[in-house]
Ligand binder design. Structure first.
Ligand SMILES: [Zn+2]
Length: 173
């Protein structure tokens, strides 16, 4: 009876050991799955830092492009200014040669200088056109004055006629 009991205790002990062994197995399974989860969460983290790096690269590239773009704008401005200067040197101011330019040499779009032999025909043409323009202007002014005078005359005549009629009507009373 005592022996049997002892045997029963022994068996129970074995069961407990086996149970705690199983628990241990469970625990290491938990440990493994935790490691897997850790590795998995490290994955997205790596993706995030790769994205961060590529974003930085893109940022640097767009900064470089922006610098290139502004450098291009600057060089375009320089070229424009040079072109303006060249144009100024190239084209003499015909108005200045006729003593009609109201601008100073610095403000004028054209160069205040005498024209060269090559430029003289163009200047002569300009002079002719200018004369024609002035003649037209004069004509228009004269025509306007004549029209004005005619209208004035008509108005005066009408006033005279009205006065005459009024006087006649009063005399008839
Ligand atoms: Zn001028």
């Amino acid at each position: 009876m005592r022996h049997r009991t002892r045997g029963a205790i022994g068996t129970a002990k074995t069961v407990v050991v086996q149970r705690s062994e199983r628990r241990h197995v469970d625990a290491s399974a938990v440990e493994i799955s935790k490691t897997v989860v850790d590795q998995r969460s490290e994955g997205p983290q790596m993706v995030a830092s790769v994205m961060e790096i590529s974003k930085t690269v893109v940022d640097q590239r767009s900064e470089e492009l922006q610098m290139v773009a502004s450098a291009m704008v600057i060089s375009k401005t320089v070229v424009d200014q040079r072109n303006e200067k060249l144009q100024k040197v190239a084209t003499p101011c015909f108005k200045w040669m006729l003593h009609k330019c109201e601008r100073t040499a610095a403000d004028c779009k054209f160069a205040h200088r005498k024209c060269t032999e090559i430029e003289k025909p163009a200047f002569e043409k300009y002079k002719t056109q200018e004369k024609e323009r002035e003649a037209k202007k004069k004509l228009a002014t004269v025509a306007a004055a004549q029209l004005d005078a005619a209208a004035n005359k008509e108005a005066k005549a009408a006033a005279k006629a009205e006065a005459k009629a009024k006087a006649k009507a009063e005399a008839g009373k």
